[in-house]
Ligand binder design. Sequence first.
Ligand code: NAD
Length: 494
Amino acid sequence: MERIPHFINGALISDAERYGPVFNPATGEQEKEVALASADRVEEAIRAARAALPGWRATSLAKRTNIFFKVRELMMQRRPELAALLTSEHGKVLSDAEGEITRGLENIEFATGLSHALKGERSEQVAGGVDVHSVRQPVGVVACITPFNFPAMVPLWMIGSALACGNTVLLKPSEKDPSAAIFIAQVFAEAGLPAGVLNVVHGDKEAVDVLLEHPDVKAISFVGSTPIAQSIYKRAADHGKRVQALGGAKNHMVVLPDADLDMAADAAVSAAYGSAGERCMAVSVLVAVGNIADELVEAITTRMGTLKIGPGTDPASQMGPLITAGHRDKVASYVAGAAEEGATVVVDGRDQQFDSNGFFIGVSLVDHVKPGMKVYDDEIFGPVLSVVRVETYADAVKLVNDNEFGNGVAIFTRDGGAARQFEFDVEAGMVGVNVPIPVPVGTFSFGGWKNSLFGDTHMYGPESIRFYTRGKVVTTRWPDPSTSVIDLGFPQVD
Ligand code: NAD
């Protein structure tokens, strides 16, 4: 059986005390196993990253930039190969996997502009003969901990900026689909990144615990579920690290009565069921305002009947399987529970039969959902769309703002004034106006509010430059030594 190794100090290392299974979700077969790092292995990788830091920090911005250009070129050439790897371990359809890589590469493109992003400021003559300037310097060794649902894009969200800023990195990807991280690290090595600057260590809680407490790890970037994000934020902060921990979501799509309902139905189906609902920006709640709910539910139901679910390698498939059998069964339990809670299951994905042992489930639509029902309150992370019916715009905004999560939100309307008011009122980090999945482009930053993000800075884009650097302010003067005197007073500006 193929064994997925660590990548430490430029070398592939596959021996371990423990291994975890890696499945092909489309067949249900375990095809590979992944080495799970012990505390000693993680410490070895931290030592490698620590040792590589002075050399990488001192590498000119021009040389760093060239490496990012080369990474982008190689990644575009190998995109089909990486997409096939993503599909074989995650299950998403190949076109979606290619899209994930392309969106991830936006962060490498952003990193090619690092000499602009890292520019400091300068003020001349702040006092007589005194100038001040600021620089941004790397924080040191950065640990990046990533989830299963975007095995290429989320690592690229983090490592582009972290490396551009002169840090060295230890990436701990999801143990469910770990090969993409190794693929990416090898591309960086081929592009000229020195050994030890980017290391990949696989593992679970045992490995993460070391990263959260080790004194040589200075910053943690995490993306995953809310309970883990919150605990990582607390523990790492307790150990003096800066942390950005992005968590789960329950993304609402508000449809106003004046919206084009066919367009809204197309968007809802695409955003709810794409990647089997395993996206942190998936639409999971449709909020129908006024009297449009019946028509919208019918339009969505009709479209659901046309969806083709099958292996991600089949070009005809629009949706693949879920990540594990356990997750598939958990998703199914929410649909079962919805009927018991008083909601109406309009389309029950459990009814669809699949001629495969893969982790497939059909798409579900649940109407008359209300807060307080588990199908509304929990992040399901599967192909289940809930419909909440509300009377007014104000009811819709209250529903969204009362929700514990605040990752993405969308409004569908033809009324520019209403959309502008929504942007002003709504409590979420990323808002789409007639855009159901408003993931910001790489020149902006990504992050939610409330229980969707623990920390102060959003991920990638301009905010990542602040997160991955420390500011330093230098005050300078070149006086004539003959004017020097002793003065015990506190320095004042004049
Ligand atoms: P997860 O929280 O189970 O795992 C994320 C990472 O944490 C993995 O690397 C995993 O190995 C590690 N981990 C798991 N349990 C741990 C523990 N007890 N202690 C330390 N580390 C642990 O998340 P997942 O199931 O891989 O990913 C899906 C979740 O990620 C969803 O909740 C989704 O909304 C969220 N997500 C959020 C965003 C965002 O930008 N906000 C993006 C993608 C995914």
